[in-house]
Design a protein around this ligand. Structure first.
Ligand SMILES: C[S@@+](CC[C@H](N)C(=O)[O-])C[C@H]1O[C@@H](n2cnc3c(N)ncnc32)[C@H](O)[C@@H]1O
Ligand code: SF4
Length: 290
């Protein structure tokens, strides 16, 4: 298998719905909301900050139903038309309330689960399906033998074959471990990393946001050190945070190619792979030419 093929396919798939702009009060809304449900992972992949307990310790903190319900209500309020991704800084399927979470949030929009697949079983897959999950993306870190295992699991669960997307991520450092490798905004050095400063513009803050277990909102999923909080959804609404000063300053700077503040200063991610259509809209609003 070509290690880059799955990455390319996944990006194309995501672009189909992430790059669709919906307006609320004439403002482009995020099309991708990522939730970090739980701050623990059962794996310690070498390229992931979770491999270093000094940097990203397992704190076992998890998102409460109160916060899930608040996210549900606030996203309905802004007529959210994007996708909710259950991923973040840990392993979402370790959250015991996963069925409730998926069921509740699927009232609002499509819900995708990103998992290392270790605790997935045909029973759990069936439960996720019944809870109306739209996709389960499995990161396979061990080897090609996992394909057979997950295909059989899907069959046994009696769910549509295309409910799960299998991603080959068992490669070595010369193949970027099969991921779109980044330093997680200066958090890790593992692998053959692009130099910081190569990429300037970044569209992440034009189309997405990340909500941590406690309701804190972060600029993007690269900010593993949680350097700058944009606000907390229990104190301000998602809409107010999205349109507030901190988010706006980062968004304007990054559209202009200025990675001048933390966490962006130390980030080596190409931030322009998604979000082109949102960026066009924001440029008009901010009167930025070209
Ligand atoms: C932190 S994991 C959380 C979800 C789940 N535990 C998993 O492994 O799929 C989120 C995604 O980040 C990817 N990832 C981790 N470290 C990365 C890095 N340094 N660069 C790019 N992607 C990375 C993982 O492969 C996974 O797809
Ligand atoms: S430059 Fe890096 S850290 Fe900053 S918003 Fe973009 S992806 Fe996130």
């Amino acid at each position: 298998m070509d290690p880059k093929e799955t990455i390319k396919k996944n990006l194309e798939r995501r672009s189909d719905f992430v790059d669709v702009v919906s307006l609320h009060e004439n403002i482009p809304m995020p099309s991708w909301v990522e939730l970090s449900l739980i701050d623990v992972c059962n794996r310690k992949c070498s390229f992931c900050p979770k491999s270093d307990e000094k940097v990203a310790p397992d704190t076992f903190q998890k998102m409460s139903r109160k916060i899930i319900d608040e996210i549900h209500d606030q996203l309905l309020e802004i007529h959210f038309n994007g996708t909710i991704s259950l991923c973040g800084y840990g392993e979402p399927l370790l959250h015991k309330d996963i069925s409730y979470i998926v069921k509740k949030l699927s009232n609002v929009s499509k819900v995708e689960v990103i998992t290392n697949g270790d605790v997935l079983s045909s029973k759990r897959l069936q439960e996720l399906y019944i809870s109306d999950v739209s996709k389960v993306l499995v990161s396979m870190y061990d080897g090609p033998e996992q394909i057979k295992k997950f295909k059989e699991m899907t069959k046994k669960a009696n769910v549509p074959e295309d409910l799960i997307i299998l991603r080959d991520r068992w490669y070595d450092k010369y193949n970027d471990f099969g991921v779109k490798l980044t330093n997680r905004a200066g958090t890790i050095k593992t692998g053959i990393q692009e130099q910081v400063g190569l990429y300037k513009n970044c569209y992440y803050p034009t189309y997405q946001l990340l909500i941590d277990w406690n309701g804190n909102v972060y600029l993007c999923p690269q900010d593993w050190q949680r350097k700058v909080s944009m606000g907390n959804i229990m104190q301000e609404t998602i809409f107010d945070i999205w349109t507030g000063k901190t988010f706006t300053d980062f968004r304007k700077n990054l559209i202009l190619g200025k990675r001048c503040n933390n966490p962006c200063k130390s980030c080596n991610a190409d931030g322009t792979l998604l979000g082109k259509n949102h960026t066009k809209k924001w440029k008009k609003i901010y009167k930025i030419k070209n």
